[in-house]
Design a protein around this ligand. Structure first.
Ligand code: RM4
Ligand code: MN
Ligand code: MN
Length: 429
């Protein structure tokens, strides 16, 4: 029996509508005193979108164990069904990033229309040369695009070309590459030569980029290689993107930096140098923890959006970053985590839209550090929840997405429906 989403949403609007109106009106008066029109802020909230990772709707795992969730999607079609639920309730996630070959469709046209019928699109392809697939000729145990053996590099290049060919059929507009290449021990790899080989492999991939597409390269400090990685930080990423050409960009995953690195500075610099391609949003305490966005360092997320909104306000040439979530869910229902994370990223964006940039400039000019920070804090501490909820409500989503989702019993129903043993689930990282 299909879930009666309309009825559940009407119940949510009925239950939360009056309080929302009251809170929204109050926030509107508060913002008006600061010369901000709440309707414009609501429009900002509605304009925001962040893509969901196909691999994020299944339960993740650690290198110690994986505890499968109930009713997990077994196929890319079932993953899209889960993504549909997320978008239906939060209204800001119409785009899905696909991992190939985890989500390799037998019939790309059928997958594309399956998504389109649900108001979803498949905007980015992500290649996978960090694990071996059954029947593969050459192993990636010692690297892929930067491997010492040209035959392995050729295989990894061919896989990326395949992803883009597939992406064209799916209507994607960008291809994203993260590799696991690196070394576990000092001396294992010739550091400079490995980067030369990586770049040499990226060139034919870049040359094959379909018209109108962008190429994203994602750096990462460590893991699975624990001593060195080939694309280890944003500087190397920037260098490679610049070497490749105008359509190559750096992608920033929040968990891929050394602890305590100032991520907003990295973002600002990549904007300044015209090479910010996009984000993998998540949060972390230590490393690539892939926790829910905004769960550990919400102020950092806000500060990143402060740079992004500032660049948009200044109309920095070529500024058009692509927003994506990249998380691994181990102790929560992935659908709930992705909904909450999407809203947290949206919250940071909306808060950053509230920064009084004229005042901030003046404080910066006058070297008034205290008031400059206070200006940022004023925006960051503004509770924009009513604006986010109103944007969802007006766009047909839920005031309280998690409650509606729980009331729908979607997970329980899928647990019954998706009883057959899961097929290859290597996509669960
Ligand atoms: C990596 C990286 C990639 C993601 C894989 C699964 O650490 O973040 O973006 O595709 O994990
Ligand atoms: Mn990532
Ligand atoms: Mn990662």
């Amino acid at each position: 029996m299909a879930i009666e989403w309309e009825g559940l949403l009407e119940e949510d609007w009925r239950r939360g509508g009056a309080a929302l109106e009251e809170d929204f009106a109050h926030l509107g008066r508060q913002l008006a005193r600061r010369g901000i029109d709440v309707a414009a802020v609501q429009a900002d909230a509605s304009s925001f979108q962040v893509a969901v990772p196909s691999w994020g709707v299944a339960t993740g795992g650690t290198r110690f164990a994986r505890f499968p969730g109930l009713g997990e999607p077994r196929t890319i079609f079932e993953k899209i069904e889960d993504c549909e639920v997320i978008h239906r309730l939060v209204r800001i996630t119409p785009d899905i990033s696909l991992h190939i070959p985890w989500d390799e469709p037998d019939d790309p046209a059928a997958l594309r229309s399956f998504a389109a019928e649900r108001g979803l699109k498949l905007g980015t392809t992500n290649s996978n040369t960090f694990e071996d697939q059954p029947g593969q000729a050459h192993s990636y145990k010692f690297g892929s695009l930067s491997h010492t053996d040209p035959a392995v590099r050729e295989q990894a290049i061919a896989h990326n070309l395949h992803c883009m060919e597939l992406g064209v059929k799916l209507g994607a507009r960008a291809h994203s590459i993260w590799i696991g290449d690196g070394g576990n021990f000092p001396g294992q790899q010739h550091v400079r030569h490995a980067l030369d080989r990586y770049l040499g492999s990226l060139r034919p991939i870049y040359a094959a980029l379909p018209p109108g597409w962008r190429l994203f390269i994602e750096h990462k400090l460590y893991e699975p290689a624990f001593y060195s990685t080939v694309l280890n930080d944003w500087g190397v990423s920037y260098y490679c993107a610049r070497e490749l050409g105008d359509r190559a960009f750096s992608l920033v995953d929040f968990g891929h930096h050394a602890p305590n690195v100032n991520v907003e500075m990295i973002v600002a610099r990549l904007i300044q140098f015209g090479k910010l391609g996009g984000f993998h949003f998540n949060d972390s305490q230590y490393g690539d923890d892939d926790l829910d966005a905004g769960s550990i360092k919400p102020f950092q997320l806000f500060l990143v959006f402060n740079e992004l909104v500032d660049a948009a306000v200044e109309s920095v040439a070529g500024f058009d970053p692509c927003y994506m979530l990249d998380q691994s869910h181990n102790v929560t229902d992935p659908i709930e985590s992705l909904m909450v994370s999407a809203m947290e990223v949206q919250r940071a964006f909306v808060q950053a839209c509230l920064v009084d940039r004229t005042a901030l400039r003046e404080y910066q000019e006058r070297n008034d550090a205290l008031m400059a920070l206070a200006t940022l804090k004023q925006a960051f501490t503004t509770d924009v929840a009513p604006v986010l909820a109103m944007a969802r409500r007006v766009n047909g989503g839920a005031i309280d997405p998690v409650s509606v989702y729980r009331a729908s019993q979607y997970r329980q129903r899928k647990t019954l429906e998706r009883r057959a043993p899961a097929r290859h689930q290597a996509g669960i990282v």
